[in-house]
Design a protein around this ligand. Structure first.
Ligand code: NDP
Length: 352
């Protein structure tokens, strides 16, 4: 039996269409979400990622800026750049593309990004929100994994979930999201004993390892859902044959390009699993879609904070009573709660 394919391209297109609609509605309210992508140096993979992110912003109507500091940039210069972006109202999301050159303290730079603009969801404040189930910005790839499960009709509550990999970027946040959705979660890593045995317990198996085809068919319980986060480039013909011998489409691709992509899950797992994400075309496309979704989420919450902040400034300058009178001139202002709005006419008559 062959597994149902969880088509990441189709799901990502659905999410992007929803985000484009949100952007259109925000535009009607005079708002345009904005993303700044900071790309240092000429890492070819990073250049492709940033180009795709900027292109997707354009497609969805999100304002974007690509900022390319020189490769010799210092930590202090990067911190100054992040600080400037933190203070710019038209920028709602800041994405610092990793890796950064070795003279730059990447942790310090990521920590400097305002948590409200941290669309990658890496800031400790957002990590804390995730682990305490408060609203915040969730890392894009893990959020994409959850969307695949949700939109793919895979029940999570009560399921045995096994996550292989414990990185801060993928494994840990995926595990936390699954736990928050009431799965029973086991996290595996390089020191886990009897990895195949632990994986075989899984109704949902997530592989985020970075090792081509490591999850073999005997790691998988028949009928389980397998989410393959891994992206590995195979260039060795012997390794290629181990994964794809007899697959004419892949063979043509490999012959033309001299390489092909394989996940952390062996392609033969599709003969055992109930549902599986392909590589390419599985989790990857969801990552960009969730970045767009995070940017719109950040824009909406940043706009609310700015409005609240300006209300507080007016309040302290004029006093609450006069604020309500002022607001009476614009009674649909969303920074005024229903209770205050009810009181406006009374204050307004008393004051004016
Ligand atoms: P990391 O290298 O940061 O983490 C890998 C994890 O796998 C570690 O926790 C490591 O364990 C564990 N691991 C390594 N070898 C073994 C082993 N033999 N047995 C069990 N566990 C092992 O990788 P990332 O989390 O950043 O990425 C994982 C994969 O996902 C990569 O292929 C990456 O390219 C891909 N990726 C894909 C994205 C997408 O958009 N689709 C986005 C981000 C990543 P330990 O902690 O003990 O060392």
């Amino acid at each position: 039996m062959s597994a149902r394919i969880l088509d990441g391209v189709k799901l990502a297109n659905e999410i992007k269409a929803e985000v484009a609609e949100e952007v259109r509605q925000l535009a009607e309210a005079g708002m345009r979400p904005g993303l700044a992508a900071v790309l240092v140096g000429h890492n070819p993979a990073s250049e492709v990622y940033v180009r795709n992110k900027v292109k997707t912003c354009e497609q969805l109507g999100i304002y974007s800026e690509k900022i390319t500091p020189d490769e010799s940039v210092s930590t202090e210069e990067m911190l100054a750049l992040v600080d400037e972006l933190n203070h710019r109202d038209e920028i709602d999301g800041i994405l610092v593309q990793l890796p950064l050159p070795k003279q730059v303290d990447a942790k310090k730079v990521l920590l400097a990004v305002s948590p409200e603009k941290d669309v990658d969801g890496f800031h400790p404040m957002n990590v804390g929100y995730l682990s305490t189930q408060r609203p915040g910005l969730v890392p894009c790839t893990p959020a994409g994994v959850m969307e695949i499960l949700k939109r793919g009709g895979i029940p999570v509550a009560g399921a045995e979930a096994v996550v292989v990999g414990r990185s801060d970027i993928v494994g840990k946040p995926v595990a936390m999201l699954l736990l928050n959705d009431n799965a029973t979660v086991t996290v595996c890593h390089s020191k886990t004993r009897d990895l195949p045995g632990v994986c075989r317990r899984a109704d949902i198996l997530v592989a985020a390892i970075g090792r081509a085809g490591m999850i073999a068919p005997d790691f998988v319980k028949p009928g389980a859902t397998v989410i393959d986060v891994g992206i590995n480039r195979v260039t060795d013909p012997a390794e290629f044959r181990e994964f794809f011998a007899g697959d004419p489409k892949r063979e043509a691709d490999f012959a033309a390009k001299g390489s092909t992509l394989v996940g952390d899950v062996h392609p033969k797992v599709a003969e055992v699993a109930g549902a599986i994400t392909p590589v390419p075309g599985g989790v990857g496309p969801l990552t960009i879609a969730m970045l767009m979704s995070n940017t719109v989420k950040a824009a909406t919450s940043n706009a609310t904070s700015r409005r609240t902040a300006s209300c507080i400034v007016i309040t302290s300058a004029f006093g609450a009573r006069n604020l309500l009178s002022l607001v009476a001139l614009n009674a649909d202002d969303s920074c005024v709660g229903d209770r205050e709005r009810e009181q406006i006419p009374r204050f307004a008559t008393a004051t004016w």
